[in-house]
Design a binder for this molecule. Structure first.
Ligand SMILES: [Zn+2]
Length: 96
């Protein structure tokens, strides 16, 4: 009445139940933490992910990022500071 197949099935079933329990508990913890984090972020308790000032500027005003701009010496296009080549004509912008 107690053969190897039955014992194997019982052991596999027990392991499966344990794994399901652990996985479910981990998932619950992940979801709970994510909810907590999003709540904190909504209330402004949490710092933003990045300190990059690019993400702080007003999207309605693309010129208000406070960054210096350089004008292309070849075509006159406005380029954001930090770029080495013009975005319009790819001419070198010089050191900035
Ligand atoms: Zn240019």
């Amino acid at each position: 009445m107690f053969d190897v197949g039955t014992a194997y099935l019982a052991a596999a079933g027990a392991l499966l139940l344990v794994a399901l329990g652990v996985g479910a508990r981990a998932l619950v913890r992940i979801f709970r933490e994510a909810r907590e984090r999003s709540r904190k972020r909504r209330e402004g308790e949490l710092e933003r992910y990045t300190k990059d000032p690019v993400y702080d500027r007003d999207p309605a005003d693309p010129e208000a990022d406070g960054a210096a701009r350089s004008t292309c010496p070849q075509c006159g296009a406005e380029n954001a500071a930090g770029f080495c080549y013009c975005r319009e004509c790819a001419a070198p912008l010089g050191p900035n």
